[in-house]
Design a protein around this ligand. Sequence first.
Ligand SMILES: [Zn+2]
Length: 512
Amino acid sequence: MTLIQTQDACFLIDCGILFPYEDFFDIDYLITDLSFLDNYPVTDIIFTHGHEDHIGAVAHLLRKLPDLKVHATQFASSLIRNRLKEQNVYCKITTSKAGFDIKIGKTVITPIHVTHSIPETTALVISNKDNDFSALFMSDFKYDRSPEVERPFDIENMKRLMNQSKLKIAMLDSTNILYPSKTTSESELIEDIHKVVAEAKGRLFVTLFSSNIFRMDTFIKAARAAKRPFATLGRSVNSYMKIARECGLLQYKESELNEAEDIIDREDCLIFVSGCQGDYRSAMRRLAYGEHGVTTLKNGDTVIFSSKVIPGNEDKVFRIYNKITEAGAEIITARDRHIHASGHASQEDLKNLVSEIQPDIYIPIHGETFFLKRHQDFIEDNFKDIRVFKSNNFKEINIYPDGEVKTKQHDILPPVIIHGDHIEIERNKISERRKMGCNGAVFISCAKDKVNLTMQGIPEIGLTEQPHIIKLVKQRLNKTRKGETEDDIKVEVRRYLKSILGYKPQTFVHIH
Ligand SMILES: [Zn+2]
């Protein structure tokens, strides 16, 4: 989430979620601490595109600021509406379109079409009516001039708008800054995808990022060419495919999309499967583990991973590769054939693009702290005339009309943890969960002479100690003065269990 303030406007760009980056014990996601917004007169939010890390926290934001005006392209709007419906939040969304200005006071924001791995992605050029400045905000994008599956990156309009102003500011995505060469164009995959689909002998399972509608489109065309009927397995691919069709972004006849159950036994079927990152509950994982009720993999099947492995997911994905292989099926990944391209610009693309735009001031955005630093170094090394300013979370960058720049670091608020019914869970509760989760829990309830004992997550050898533990508790009940008893029992039971198990389970004692 980025907050932009001009002389007469204050608005947000994007409002995403972060997937858990450490073991938070099965929480759902993290969001920005929105309390910082209390200090700003925000009136609008503009979404650049529909990826989860850009729209995912929209319901949390609208609960806090219900009067916010929401702008998003048609596809992103549909995805946002889905999100909001899940969480019972309702709001009006103004559909934005590349080339059509959004006006807030004298501030003009023009969405520009850029290429990326989800349809209708826009960069934003922010300026005022006097053209004192033009600020290009471009989070996720790739610089694809001939994607074929979508419109090319609109560099002409971007340059025209940027060149209208005296002061040019650019804020660009850092995701692929570690990759030196150009990012492969989506059009370069078409041939291999068609070949792979045509050559496969048996059933074909295709897993990909569900929001990658262009890739789905290429596979659908390949399936048609190879006369393979297609279907989906998994909520995510199914839902994205239908929304994309409703928005006119994916062309297939309703009758063409089969129910998986109806065609899955045919050797010529092509099934889109959710879960290319091996997520625990995903259809791909259940299929690989033989736990999907619809079918099991067998000799002669081919599973295509038209995706990359996101760093951190390697273990999960490799386990799935093993399971698929054990079942006798073939695996094809982007290492074997040209079946995946990134949706982000690499170094060479950035160099070409920055040469075209020629900004005066440059701010790397969107990426790990390490990436932002590399991005800064890269621009400074290659463009001696551009002044680069580091951004990081909760940093305020003030740019004045004469080009002076002042920065101020605000307190960094840690992300808020969300679990269950989209509810916040405090950090100390995670630490309580960790203790119970790692060491198990013992519950002791005493009333008069009766002791009840419940053990959770304790190995069998500990369970066999239950009579002895009850005896210990009874002895202690008789011995200790009232008031100290609960703690004393807790200490004694924990100590005893440590002598058996080697660690102390969380222990709760309640005396009635
Ligand atoms: Zn994106």
